[in-house]
Design a protein around this ligand. Sequence first.
Ligand code: SF4
Length: 320
Amino acid sequence: MSGTPMLEVRNLTKHFKAGRGQVVHAVDNVSFTLEKGRTLGLVGESGCGKSSCARTVIRIYDPTDGTILLDGQDISHMSQRELKPLRRKMQMIFQDPYASLNARMTVRDIIAEPLLAHGIVKRKDQANELVYPMLERVGLTKEHANRYAHEFSGGQRQRVGIARALILQPDLVICDEPISALDVSIQAQVINLLKDFQEEKGVSYLFIAHDLSMVRYVSDDVGVMYLGQLVEVCESGEIYRDPLHPYTKGLLGSIPIADPKLARTKEKSSIEGDIPSPIAPPSGCRFHTRCPYAKPACAERAPEMKDVGGGHLVACHLYE
Ligand code: SF4
């Protein structure tokens, strides 16, 4: 990982207040770099903080602490007004395309909306010459422009969501589980569409997913999150060849392996129990309550993220 950074996140922390003086530790001290034209997959179980992290990065949420640099510019503490011109550079594709598309707007108006909001066109009818080619680009047609979201299949709705995000030609797109709600047969089409855009425009993706199989074909680098913290980061092929953190091994253990020979050689490993509450995360290494390798020191001292060689980062006492 040595290109030009599109996004640099340093010690990002996001806590939410949760009644009776309690605090939800959604994101704690997370650092990573996403280079221009590359994809970083952020993976972990539900409740691990990956979506909160993504939404804080794009400033839907204000960070509690830490720094977010977008193309070298510090956006961590900008007001929404200061952020407005930068919103053109960073867009988001949501998990549930149905919930994220306005049911009362036609597809044309949904895709044209960001063009009008950013003053790229002055009137709706001027937007057509950008909207129609974009519809075709995502595999829809001009004839779809006057229809409403409920008239489309899940895959088509996600194409509309992608068109809306990409019409502004952003440099960074946060993809928040964009294929989880789609049929398996449609998932590959959406992934290929995103990859084609990346090749053409050099866009960078932060791709959120709940299991490693989903980011396998889309990510150049992968970060694994557990209970609000990053526990392992490395180049994508490496995480499948040589996973180090016990949690990553557990996540991989739950991916079915098509090759029976390879399946026999893989360490049988799965994660027992439920993810603890982010209101009271365990002391020391947060994974110690579920880790088959835990020693007494793991409950006392949090492991630091270390480079074990070639940019492979892991936070675990086994590698100190
Ligand atoms: Fe397991 Fe200890 Fe490593 Fe945490 S630090 S993952 S508990 S071995």
